[in-house]
Design a protein around this ligand. Structure first.
Ligand SMILES: CC(C)(COP(=O)(O)OP(=O)(O)OC[C@H]1O[C@@H](n2cnc3c(N)ncnc32)[C@H](O)[C@@H]1OP(=O)(O)O)[C@@H](O)C(=O)NCCC(=O)NCCS
Length: 171
């Protein structure tokens, strides 16, 4: 296994990047509660094509043995609706399982950090599914800390809960 090269992606990398996105999507599918749009894959392809030449975002890839084995996206965002401060919104970070724990994830993040720093941003932000322990260990190791937690519940379950509480409390 040759050492991985981590770099900004070009248009020629989009096919390989979409393959890696598919793997990430499969991994995360059990954690999704909102049904994805049917054409989400073509959206991803268009997004990656745009990022390959964007000034407000970057698609990073890791390459080894002649193929793409890692991925990461950074997009300029304003994470707080109360603030105009910009931060790099990081998503789609993925490393092929055969290449994990070799520092490639760190190198992808380093490329995203360089992009953010060149544009005078002071923070990276991202979202992670709560059951994704590997990712949480990875981000925590880098110093990321949870700031907000999204809660969700199905309305039928919630109704049942409220109904049973009400009947318990009825005299
Ligand atoms: C998360 C992920 C990108 C990490 O990539 P990686 O190339 O293996 O990460 P690195 O080798 O740079 O790891 C650096 C450090 O992070 C921590 N870390 C990474 N993966 C870890 C794991 N599974 N368990 C515990 N710690 C972990 C360790 O401290 C590690 O250093 P060490 O190997 O010297 O102990 C990779 O596991 C992955 O692709 N996971 C599936 C996709 C995913 O969940 N993406 C994130 C979505 S938010």
């Amino acid at each position: 296994m040759n050492e991985a090269r981590v770099r900004r992606a070009g248009l020629d990398d989009v096919d390989g990047a979409v393959v890696l996105f598919n793997e990430l999507d499969r991994l995360e599918s059990d954690w999704r509660v909102f049904a994805p749009r049917p054409d989400v894959l073509s959206e991803i392809r268009r997004r990656y094509e745009r990022l390959a030449a964007a000034t407000d975002g970057i698609l990073v890839v890791a390459e080894s043995d002649g193929r793409l084995i890692g991925l990461g996206v950074g997009e300029v965002s304003k994470p707080s609706s109360w603030s105009d401060e910009r931060a790099l919104y990081v998503s789609n970070v993925y490393v092929d399982p055969a290449y994990r724990r070799l520092g490639i994830g760190h190198s992808i993040v380093a490329e995203l950090v360089a992009f953010a720093a060149e544009r005078a941003m002071e923070r990276l932000v991202l979202r992670v599914f709560a059951p994704n322990r590997d990712a949480i260990a990875f981000w925590t190791d880098l110093g990321f800390e949870p700031r907000l937690t999204q809660f969700t519940v199905r309305i039928d379950q919630l109704r049942e809960k409220i109904r049973s509480r009400a009947s318990e409390e009825a005299p």
